[in-house]
Design a protein around this ligand. Structure first.
Ligand code: BGC
Length: 754
């Protein structure tokens, strides 16, 4: 496609028309210039392509439902995500879908967000790495991804209008960072803006997000599409960098664009930029079209493999797992037979088959089954409960399949609490009275309170594991696969512990992110709070030993890359995979920083007795925080601790590095700068030495006993915190006045600038 030529030939009306969809899933064509339309579809963990031949509208074609993002992130496995992405890309090619809408990499600010199951993590580094791997897989097949929802769509309540007020550091270090890595490392063909407002401006017309940060700072050159129906003011959107509005707005917004150009309120140049990006996307999609073929059954098997590498073993007392198939085992709970394996909303896949644990267990042994509870409402069915209790009584081991029913979490609304249905809790309590060997398997998209921890011996979190979840679960329960997932989010003991508790979901459209950068483990670890399960936690059927930490230098400059390595050994008796996590802490900082932050992770597969060396490269970003005074990332010189561990609360190896920098933050002293600040700057100390001395002398009344014991400390503290303007009142020389001080400060500031 000769885009430059086409741009010259398109009429204004045609240009405007290209900036919105033809319908729900297609871009518009311009036949006279041979511009075809392309199709986009949801995403993200399967293909939800509209079946246009179906009798009922909004029916999706049969496809494969892979595990949801909440599970995928627990694999901490970039290769696995890329493999899944490739499979999705193949399905898209076969179905003539040019762009698959996903992945979503919004941060899990609260366990209550109804859409947490579609997001990866509370940690931006993990989230962006996993998202990038997913995108790379999809795009390697010549199909585009749409990284969504940019940005700060961290709740469903009033998602189309809520104004997320986020301070700059939290925005950069947490919410945008999750997108930044994925944009820079994987170049998604499209980025989807979110519904909400961010600091007062709708994301669909937020120039700071769509142009200043995404394009100018991160170098993104491709298309921004609106979330479906996110457009507020279309003309402002074009100006801010929103290229494509989806779905169709029936020509209404196209007309506004034409009018705005005609009235000189929008320049043709601004419109052309958006049109060009639409054309480039269409062109790329057309160029990348291939005759796609895909094997449903192979993808189903892949979904099973992926699910088994995402599940997290959270408790395993007395080695109850793996299960001994020779024992008498029962499966209790509706989810054993009808698993909850995906969430509701736009990501819902019309799975071509679903394998439950009851189906899959046949490969291992016969088990008794009792439904135990209903999911339609939270009410105990006495008959089902009694059946389950007698079933548990007759068996050596009871595996209870529990979790959140569909109505408890979904796109479009948030959870109100973190509890599981009371009818399920009652079931676990009653079964525990007759059987001491209980394993609970959880199906949920986000953490739940688990009041039954003391009543059970095993806990396997499978999250929403996709259509093959039953097979994956049985393979894990019976030890054919060794659990290797770790939590991509902290599990607080109770909802009230979560840092966003007091400001989620806001009041009306007013939503203040009061916890700032302290999201998830950044908060719990800094506050040394007990949690139910820490970020990065997960057990295995084998054990691993961490040793030989090596740091490539004891001192580096902030632009250098540091290499940290260590050796991991499988010290148990079965093969397994270990996720090794690297955290960094600034030991002394002039700004408030989290106690530790994840800056690297690797997953390593080891046979019994085998060891492998793994290495991490840390660049400037691993040590930096976002400094608002310079609107950039900044590393403060000093010592940083490097921690390598099996979870955020299980650090096995530590070391440190001294980071130097020749960059300085701009200093501007004012009348209100404290003596401490000014005297700790060498130039300031020299300039004000005399004044300071005289002032200290006037403070010698502290030597009397008028101020009580400890008066020395009191006076020292008062001196430190006195603003420099305060000195004028204690100096009897008339020339030492405010004008003089103003000139001195100006001189000092210009010396520092120079
Ligand atoms: C969702 C998007 C989705 C789109 C198309 C929106 O409501 O927020 O994630 O891709 O619909 O279905």
């Amino acid at each position: 496609m000769n885009i430059k030529k086409i741009l010259k030939e398109l009429t204004l009306e045609e240009k405007a028309s290209l900036c919105s969809g033809a319908d729900f899933w297609h871009t518009k064509s311009v036949d006279r210039l041979a511009i075809p339309q392309i199709m986009v579809s949801d995403g993200p963990h399967g293909l939800r392509k509209n079946d246009e031949t179906a009798e009922t509208p909004n029916t999706a074609i049969k496809a494969v439902c892979f595990p949801s993002a909440c599970a995928l992130a627990c694999s901490f496995d970039r290769n696995l995500l890329t493999t899944m992405g490739k499979a999705l890309g193949e399905e898209c090619q076969a179905e003539n879908v040019a762009v698959i809408l996903g992945p979503g990499c919004n941060i899990k600010r609260s366990p209550l967000c109804g859409r947490n199951f579609e997001y990866f993590s509370e940690d931006p580094y993990l989230s962006s790495e996993i998202a990038a791997a997913h995108i790379k897989g999809v795009q390697s097949r010549g199909v585009g991804s749409s990284l969504k929802h940019f940005a700060a769509n961290n709740q469903e309540t009033r998602r189309l209008s809520v104004n997320a007020k986020i301070d700059e550091r939290a925005l950069r270090e947490i919410y945008l960072a999750s997108f930044e890595g994925a944009v820079k490392n994987a170049s998604p063909w499209t980025v989807m803006c979110s519904y909400n407002r961010v600091n007062g401006h709708h994301s669909s017309q937020n120039k700071k997000l769509l142009t200043d940060v995404l394009r100018k700072e991160w170098g993104y050159e491709d298309l921004v599409v609106s979330d479906w129906g996110a457009v507020d003011d279309r003309v402002e959107g074009i100006k801010a960098g929103l290229d494509l509005e989806m779905p169709a707005s029936f020509g209404k917004n196209d007309k506004l664009i034409v009018d705005a150009v005609n009235k000189g309120k929008l320049s043709m140049k601004q419109l052309d930029k958006c049109v060009e990006r639409v054309l480039r996307l269409v062109d790329k999609a057309e160029e990348s079209r291939t005759e796609g073929k895909w094997d449903k059954d192979a993808h189903h098997e892949l979904a099973a493999k992926i699910a088994s590498q995402c599940s997290v073993l959270l408790k395993n007392d007395d080695g109850i797992l793996p299960l001994d198939a020779k024992k008498k085992i029962c499966f209790i709970g509706k989810f054993a037979d009808k698993p909850r394996y995906q969430g509701g909303g736009s990501s819902h896949i019309n799975s071509f088959k679903v394998v439950s644990a009851m189906d899959a267990v046949k490969d291992y042994c016969n088990v008794d089954y009792a439904q135990g509870y209903i999911t339609e409402k939270d009410e105990t069915d006495k008959k089902l409960l009694n059946e389950a209790v007698s079933c548990a009584k007759k068996n050596d081991i009871a595996v209870i399949f529990a979790g959140l029913p569909d109505a408890f979490e979904s796109e479009a609304y948030d959870r109100k609490h973190m509890r599981m249905p009371e009818c399920q809790l009652e079931l676990i309590r009653e079964v525990a009275k007759v059987n001491k060997n209980i394993v609970v398997v959880l199906h949920n998209g986000s953490p739940v309170e688990v009041p039954f921890m003391d009543d059970i011996k095993g806990l396997l979190e499978v999250y929403l594991g996709g259509q093959a979840v039953g097979k994956a679960t049985c393979n894990l329960l019976f030890g054919k696969v060794n659990p290797s997932g770790k939590l991509a989010e902290s599990w607080p003991l109770k909802l009230e512990d979560n840092p966003s508790y007091l400001s989620f979901p806001g009041v009306g459209d007013d939503l203040e992110y009061t916890e700032g950068i302290f999201v998830g483990y950044r908060y719990y670890d800094t506050k040394k709070m007990a949690v139910r399960f820490p970020f990065g936690y997960g057990l295995s059927y084998t054990t691993f030993e961490y040793s030989d930490m090596h740091i490539s230098a004891s001192e580096i400059n902030d632009d250098d890359t540091l290499t940290v390595s260590c050796t991991i050994k499988n010290t148990g008796s079965c093969e397994g995979m270990e996720i090794v996590e690297l955290y960094v802490r600034d030991k002394e900082s002039s700004v408030v920083r989290p106690f530790k932050e994840l800056k690297g992770f690797e997953k390593v597969s080891l046979r019994p007795g085998e060891s492998k060396k793994i290495a991490f490269n840390l660049d400037k970003r691993a040590f930096a925080y976002y400094e608002t005074a310079i609107n950039d990332w900044f590393v403060e010189y000093g010592e940083f601790e490097i921690m390598i561990g099996a979870s955020s609360r299980d650090i096995r190896l530590t070391g440190s590095v001294y980071v130097n920098t020749d960059k300085k933050l701009p200093v501007q002293f004012t009348f209100n700068s404290t003596l401490q600040d000014i005297m700790s700057c060498p130039e300031g100390k020299e300039m004000f030495a005399d004044l300071f001395d005289r002032y200290c002398k006037t403070m010698d009344w502290a030597n009397g006993d008028g101020l009580g014991e400890g008066s020395k400390e009191l006076v020292m503290a008062m001196i430190k915190d006195t603003p420099i303007r305060g000195l004028l009142c204690y100096d009897d020389r008339p020339e030492i006045n405010r004008v003089w001080l103003g000139e001195m400060l100006e001189r000092l500031n210009s010396m520092l600038e120079g």
